[in-house]
Ligand binder design. Structure first.
Ligand code: ARG
Length: 463
């Protein structure tokens, strides 16, 4: 460990180290924001290069600072950097260490900037790369979902509304609904890029600076698109944090809904899917149990992610403009949500890779609950020039009859059917065929097999 020669806080000229030691310990964010060291060093190097280009600092000082910062980065990477709570946060810690390495010239680093713009600069760069990382994990999730969908285009299962059998559909089509959800999540993270690409560096504490700085230069060098417009708004704004947390929340909600589907289908009552041993856990007392704990973990973690979003909304509510310590918590919240969401996506991938549909059981369940009743109503409209409402009523009467006779629709004889609708002919039997029903939904976005194939191809190309 590199020892701190001068172990006092940077602002100790006015505040004679009287800040409560308890608060120094508890209020310090170094344990959290040390994650930002790379972004902080990069931001500082670009900042001093700009100061030199603008003739605000000399070539020699610029080089000294860059040398010191590079040395610090190596120390951190090699775990040789002492993170001291006394120095509050990553920005102060690095500046302090810089002064130990290069002496008083380190003091030039903070010319024309404040921690207020510095921290948002670091944070935006971090969130941009975290968003890309989440989108990579979303791509992986989409990939395994597509693979499973491709194998199950012809797998018939009941489609539910209100968890009651509604209309038959392809399991592949159902999985492609997940692809749509995950793809929207990707877009949502991309939509936040516009705000994340606005460079805060150079607004300084809250009013800008009297130094002749070049914000366009730092914008370009740090990979932003343009500088922010208003100095006060810049240091106060955490909308990009909220947007990110909202995006995490929606994505997590999607994961939770997928998890809940799979929990229901995995239940003994439904038994529509089987999870391999890799993604279940046992019970400490009931020897027979194989529990879908991983799915329940996914559903539960949504609570943490929603909670974080709400924490941030609440921190911002009623906060006057410009910087306040309240804002410091944004990082812990974002780091936690990011970690949880990435873990959830990785676990979801494992589950999708270890899930098998019970095709026989899916078909059997799809054959109950008069699931082709809507097909029959549509058959009547198409073939016998009947208004849909009238066809609906005829079909309801046929369902009532089947229920009374304790038969499925396809077990009713043509005589029984004709008693309710005399026009019906023998060809009606194909209407009760599940595959025929599924494949008849050829409208764009419907569950017909060719539609699913085309969608799978479209998404495979996009990845
Ligand atoms: N650690 C602080 C934070 O994350 C950095 C900004 C401090 N600014 C200040 N005026 N105290 O919010």
């Amino acid at each position: 460990m590199v020892k701190n020669k001068n172990n006092t806080a940077i602002w100790n000229t006015r505040i004679k180290n009287n800040t409560s030691s308890l608060f120094q310990k508890i209020g310090s964010s170094i344990d959290i924001d040390k994650k930002l060291y790379k972004e902080d060093i990069k931001g500082s190097i670009v900042h001093v290069e700009m100061l030199y280009k603008q003739k605000i600092i000399s070539f020699k000082i610029k080089n000294k600072i860059v040398y010191g910062l590079n040395k610090i980065e190596k120390e951190i990477l090699k775990n040789k950097f002492e993170f001291n709570k006394k120095h509050e946060d990553i920005h102060m810690s690095i500046e302090k260490r810089l002064s130990q390495i290069i002496g008083d010239d380190a003091g030039y680093i903070h010319t024309a900037r404040s921690r207020n713009d510095q921290v948002i600069t670091d944070f935006k760069i971090w969130i941009k790369s975290a968003s890309k990382n989440i989108n990579n994990n979303l791509n992986q999730t989409i990939k395994v979902t597509l693979k499973l969908a491709e194998k199950n285009i012809q797998t018939i299962m009941p489609g539910f509304t209100h968890l009651k059998n509604a209309q038959p559909l392809s399991f592949g089509h159902y999985l492609m609904a997940y692809v749509e959800m995950l793809n929207r999540d990707k877009k949502r993270f991309l939509n936040n890029m516009q705000s994340l690409n606005e460079n805060p560096l150079g607004v300084s504490a809250l009013v800008g600076t009297s130094f002749n700085i070049d914000r366009n230069y730092t914008t370009k060098k740090l990979g932003f698109k343009n500088p922010t417009n208003n100095s006060i708004d810049t240091v106060s704004d955490r909308d990009f944090v909220l947007d990110y947390l909202y995006n995490c929340s929606v994505c997590s909600m999607h994961i939770s809904r997928i998890a809940e589907d799979l929990i229901i289908w995995n239940s003994d009552a439904f038994n529509l899917i089987t999870l391999t041993d890799k993604v279940v856990t046992g019970s400490s007392i009931m020897p027979q149990k194989k529990n879908p704990d991983l799915l329940e973990f996914l559903r539960g973690k949504t609570g943490t992610i929603y909670g974080n979003f709400f924490s941030m909304l609440t921190i911002l509510k009623g906060l006057p403009l410009s910087y306040f310590k309240d804002l410091q918590d944004d990082k812990e919240i974002i780091f936690k949500s990011t970690e949880v969401l990435n873990n959830c996506l990785k676990i979801l991938i494992e589950i999708l890779n270890n899930l098998n549909p019970n095709k026989k059981r899916m078909l059997e369940l799809a054959n109950s609950g008069y699931i082709t009743a809507t097909d029959l109503a549509e058959h009547l409209v198409k073939n016998y020039a009947m208004p849909f409402r009238q066809a609906y009523q005829k079909t309801a009467a046929i369902v009532n009859l089947a229920e009374k006779k304790k038969k499925r629709l396809n077990e009713l004889t043509i005589q029984e059917l004709k008693r309710i609708e005399p026009k019906l002919k023998n060809d009606v039997v194909k209407i009760f065929d599940l595959k025929n029903s599924v494949n008849s939904k050829k409208s764009y976005g419907g569950t017909a097999f060719d539609n699913i194939k085309k969608m799978i191809i479209k998404y495979k190309k996009e990845l």
